[in-house]
Design a protein around this ligand. Structure first.
Ligand code: ARG
Length: 467
């Protein structure tokens, strides 16, 4: 990083004295917005292509500028570009380097353009590309969830409401619940990309330009679906970043719920799963410890992504139209959110296939807590009782079992008959957990058969996803 204040500012014309050194670094964004460099160059090449096609610059001038920009691109990619704080941001650094490399003609690049429409274009290009990369990673994670669901389609576990054992479910079914959360996140990212994919360039600083530009052509070159309708709106709003961050926050809230369950299931109290050593760390003091750090961090990192959303919402709130320097503050939260969701997705994608389920433990945990009581109530309904009365009867049976410190299936048939004469031996089949599972074989149900069918559908749904 070069921070010599001696560099002449591209906007220096109306100034008599140099920028204060602290103000220079306070207002600069180049330390972080250099991440936009490739998008900035891509946008500039499309811009000058249009400028030459419309006769605003000559074909020769365009060629020189494009060659210059391509050379700068290579220098940046090789890590050999010297960024300067005195040149404030990624845009002025690249423009300055261009003029240095190709001379006066480089100064024509900024014709009919402002950094305001330039930066809005860069961020949209960047977010669009990052969204697509992220979606392909999310797709991988969803695939690992289906694989685990297939593997554990018949693994019985207690299902909970209020964290109280409720009804038997399969582990595979639980994995598919996670899958559903994520496939909705995926479609939210696609949805957010539709509004993101509109071209701001041509809006100038705020009021457009006096040059006869062709914005549709630039949109075509940059593969934007539409051209922003209003120049003031195009340079000022960052609602697409708010949407992206909202979608990322919902994703992270989902990750935090999955992570929390992994932490619980991995605990000695539950012991439903074992997280592989590769994803855990030890304690510096307690030799026996194996801590589930990865899911704990996933849980914690949702805080920073939600925090980034709050930062962006607060940044936009009450800003008068059009562009304000406040908007420069959009980048770090956006970048941090992108990095965080990528890291978290990678962590989960690697951790999930290595999960070891402890089937005996889950079965034992399910066998307590009268987990098939609803099945008994449903059985009484089939015998002719209205559901409310059936509920009452089974409540009483549970009460009796509690007083005898036993499970429902340990009550005698004579005892069952005191609740309803019509009950016979079949009551024990009804109370059997595997039968309870198998009978929930409808679409969306937890029976092993239903889970296998849902897995097959899930695979097909992934094939139909668009970017
Ligand atoms: N670095 C600025 C940003 O990120 C670019 C736009 C600056 N525009 C201006 N008029 N100062 O928003």
């Amino acid at each position: 990083m070069n921070d010599k204040s001696s560099i002449r500012k591209p906007w220096g014309g109306r100034f008599n004295s140099p920028t204060d050194a602290f103000v220079e670094s306070f207002t600069a964004s180049v330390t972080f917005d250099q991440r936009l460099a490739m998008c900035d160059i891509r946008g500039s090449i499309a811009h000058v292509t249009m400028l030459s096609e419309t006769g605003i610059i000559t074909e020769d001038e365009k060629k020189l500028i494009v060659d210059g920009l391509e050379a700068i691109k290579s220098t940046i990619k090789a890590g050999d570009f010297t960024w300067s704080i005195a040149l404030e941001d990624v845009h002025m650094n690249i423009e300055h380097a261009l003029v240095k490399a190709i001379g006066e003609v480089g100064k024509k690049l900024h014709t009919a353009r402002s950094r305001n429409d330039q930066v809005a274009t860069d961020i949209r290009l960047y977010l669009r590309a990052q969204t697509e990369i992220f979606q392909s990673r999310l797709l991988e994670l969803m695939t690992t969830l289906i694989e685990l669901a297939e593997r554990e389609a018949a693994t019985l576990m207690p299902g909970y409401t209020h964290l109280q054992a409720a009804q038997p479910i399969t582990f595979g079914h639980h994995m598919l619940a996670w899958f559903e959360m994520l496939i909705r996140d995926y479609s939210r990212f696609s949805d957010c990309k539709k509004r993101l994919n509109s071209l701001p360039l041509g809006a100038g600083a705020l009021a457009g330009t006096t040059f006869p530009i062709n914005r549709q052509r630039v949109a075509e070159l940059l593969k934007f679906d539409t051209v922003a309708e209003n120049s003031l709106d195009a340079v000022s709003d960052r609602d697409f970043a708010l949407e992206f961050s909202s979608v990322a926050s919902i994703l992270m809230v989902h990750y935090s719920r999955m992570a929390e369950e992994l932490v619980l299931w991995n605990s000695q109290a539950f012991a439903f799963v074992e997280i592989d050593d590769a994803f855990c760390t030890g304690s510096s003091m307690m030799p026996q410890k194996k801590n589930p750090d990865v899911p704990e961090l996933l849980r914690g990192k949702s805080g920073r992504v939600v925090g980034n959303l709050m930062a962006l919402l607060t940044l936009m709130k009450s800003q008068p139209l059009a562009y304000n320097k406040d908007n420069q503050e959009d980048k770090e939260p956006i970048f941090d959110t992108i990095d965080t969701i990528n890291d978290c997705t990678r962590a989960l994608t690697e951790l999930i296939p290595s999960l070891r389920t402890k089937k005996d433990r889950m079965r034992t945990a399910a066998a307590h807590g009268f987990i098939t009581a609803t099945d008994l109530a449903d059985h009484l309904v089939r015998l002719g009782l209205p559901f409310r009365d059936a509920h009452e009867v089974v409540g009483k049976a549970v009460n009796l079992a509690l007083s005898k410190d036993c499970q429902l299936h340990e009550l005698s048939l004579a005892e069952f008959k005191t609740f309803d004469e019509r009950l016979d031996e079949s009551v024990y089949n009804i109370l059997n957990m595997d039968n309870a599972l198998d009978s929930r074989k409808h679409w969306g149900g937890t029976a092993p058969l239903a889970v296998r069918e849902a897995c097959a559908r899930a695979r097909n749904r992934l094939k139909d996803l668009d970017y």
